[in-house]
Design a protein around this ligand. Sequence first.
Ligand SMILES: C[S@@+](CC[C@H](N)C(=O)[O-])C[C@H]1O[C@@H](n2cnc3c(N)ncnc32)[C@H](O)[C@@H]1O
Length: 311
Amino acid sequence: MFDESNYSFARYLSSKKSVDNRALNRVVWQRLQSIIACEHSGKPPAILEIGAGIGTMFERSLEWGLFKKAYYTAIDAMLENILEARARIPGWAYNVSYRVEEIADDELKLSGSGTDVTLKLEDGDFFDFAMKNHGSYAWDLIIANAFLDLVDAGRTLPITLDLLKPGGLLYFTINFDGATVLEPEIDAEFDALVERLYHQTMDDRMIDGSISGDSKTGRHFFEIARRNGVEILESGSSDWTVFAEKGGYREDESYFLHFIIHTMYCALKERPELELHRFKRWIEERHSQIENGKLVYIAHQLDFLCRKADT
Ligand SMILES: C[S@@+](CC[C@H](N)C(=O)[O-])C[C@H]1O[C@@H](n2cnc3c(N)ncnc32)[C@H](O)[C@@H]1O
């Protein structure tokens, strides 16, 4: 059985990279890639990533050729994530043959084979950062992966727009959209109750007295963008689909699944609607399904590429 003391958010984010790699909507991605190639062939884009975690989207952007030259600022509220990013990115860069220089305490420069990228890693709350940089209109592209559904998207979008240049781009991806599927079924009624209550915890979450999360962020974002005069250039689904092949789950994805099930346990263990013994048995059975390579997990999500108005 999976050792409970081993749960690490940084390892979860690392295990999520291959899941996101499969999930990210390629039509949305390719549209972003072609706009960056067209509009930033001469001048490197200034990119801000919000809730950047341990830096996997930064790595992916280079692995998938989004840019060769850029000024990339990655901010995350958890110091451990930023420290992990600082620790892992030089090793990753070396493995993919970039030269890495530390140009300041919080800044790395990656170069080689035509690449020239400055990465600034900042720990801090995005809303504080946005307040400090309010009206700076400094960034060409703002990225947020698996972030927008954790905050109040309706409040976050206008704050984000204040940082973006006129005509700048928003790439908001892996936005949860109201469906968690766990197969095989244990008990249809109980499974559905767990799913409903789990989603409700996302809708009820408050941070500092404000709404913080929405289990239907994906579908709600269309209206939020319209209200803020933001044009959606492309959107499409980016569902996580995790299953075991003959040789088991890929990469570190069994860890990813154990972490998700553990998160559900933590979110719901005090809910009076669930009889605790029964819920614990249900959680144990889900962990066993992972150990046996039987669990299939699907989470419905949506990606967006948007443009801020030019004026
Ligand atoms: C689900 S994780 C996704 C991390 C990363 N984007 C990825 O996909 O691997 C959400 C991240 O947002 C960060 N976060 C949450 N609220 C934040 C805030 N107000 N300001 C900055 N980061 C925040 C968390 O610390 C966490 O690392």
